[in-house]
Design a protein around this ligand. Sequence first.
Ligand SMILES: Nc1ncnc2c1ncn2[C@@H]1O[C@H](COP(=O)(O)OP(=O)(O)OP(=O)(O)O)[C@@H](O)[C@H]1O
Ligand SMILES: [Mg+2]
Length: 504
Amino acid sequence: MEKLVEMKRITKQFPGVVALKDINLDVYPGEVHVLMGENGAGKSTLMKILSGIYSPTEGEIYIEDRQYKHLTPEISQEHGISIIYQELSVIDELSIMENLFVGRLPEKRVMGIPVINKKYMMEKAREIMRLVGLNRSPMTMVEGLPISEKQLVEIAKALVWNTKVLIMDEPTSSLTLDETQNLFEIIRNLKKQKVGIVYISHKLDEIKQIGDRITVLKDGAHVATKMLCDVSGKEEIITMMVGRELKDKYHSTCCENTDHEEVLFKVENVSRADGKVKNVSFELRKNEVLGFAGLVGSGRTELMNVIFGAEKMNCGKVYLEGRELKIKNTYDAVKKGLAYLTESRRETGFFDNFEIWKNIAMEESLRTSKWSGAYGLIDENAEKLEAQKHKDQLNIKATSIHQNITELSGGNQQKVIVGKWLAADAKIMIFDEPTRGIDVGAKSEIYKIMRELVEQGKGVMMVSSELPELLAVCDRIVVFNEGEIRAILEGKDATEELIMHAAT
Ligand SMILES: Nc1ncnc2c1ncn2[C@@H]1O[C@H](COP(=O)(O)OP(=O)(O)OP(=O)(O)O)[C@@H](O)[C@H]1O
Ligand SMILES: [Mg+2]
């Protein structure tokens, strides 16, 4: 069979980093070629070379009998290569339809004059949106859509055109299980049409379901390329990625001899005016990780936004250590000892163009500086030490803590934001999907840190869509459905079935 594309001996150097060393990769029609590796291994860089964003330092790319030293986005598109970016590239200020056609508006001629073919755009947008399961009007503005729907817009963008090679860089990181299964159905259809797919993901369970072949990268070097039917299981993939066997993948739960009775934080009859949170009450006890399960849109994130002062609470009360807490806004929340790792990290998580250490130190200095603003007394050296500690602990791959966060790989940016909230040293930590986009090794590190935090007497609340993660880390699990609590399960008694049953 003829290859669709072949990348040969690709090397890519950034200032101070060799991101890729001598990499070969090819794609056949109708196959899903999975690309895996730890955060910072070079996956996105390799794919950005194929989509014409970056030029390789060395190597060649062969497409349809032509040889290129480098591509441009235009050449790549002309060859039918489409990419779904890891960091969403949708534009908030445009409608869904405008996003689908941005940069390539379809034209028609009216009396010889080219005009935009709005009718075609509308019909095509409806068709593609139905395909990906986006139940909205094409005229809906992207701003304000939940992150999972933004990801569906990103996917839809790549499907508007007749694609021969489709690159998907972590397409499911914010999708629900149903949305993921729907995407797999789309992928199976594309395979039948002989589209070649490069699929990047950190979710090991997906790989066997959808992949045909796998290539593993480590620190920019090629580790292996294999047919997936020849791979024995997840463990083998992990070993290829990490370079050693990873024991203790999910840190086991519950520290036995700690006191689980004392209430640290309490939420009483909290509701939102929009009805997305209805009369929610629960207690967070000392030394416990409290999990929040539920389908996407069940109200978990909406609740956390209210608790943290990011959105308005209609009625209800919140108590910290027995005292009522009146939170005016998010800044006030940080001051009063709360930390919140949001699920939309690109938007609310970090400061572009700031160095890593400044991003990590941000909340800590907000909380501790007596005079915020011009008179804020900040101990930069201490902050740098703290940042270095978290960089090492989370194994953040960067040239130093002085590197600009925008130069990091997607997963390493996520780790910086996790580091920021760990450094904030808050009493109550809220983590919304803390391990999204993070590789297996660092995941278990984050679980371990959460357990350490609660052992130090802090309270941790974790919203997660990954049931194995909730089951492994949480002492108790609150299950949400349609803005209400449906069950609170003891971690040791909970199972995936029990959670799903309560959540639906
Ligand atoms: N624009 C850039 N400038 C400098 N270094 C960069 C740039 N883009 C990527 N890098 C570096 O290249 C290396 C590979 O990054 P890449 O984004 O390809 O990783 P990845 O495998 O996609 O990781 P992840 O799973 O975290 O998304 C990293 O060390 C990263 O810091
Ligand atoms: Mg990446």
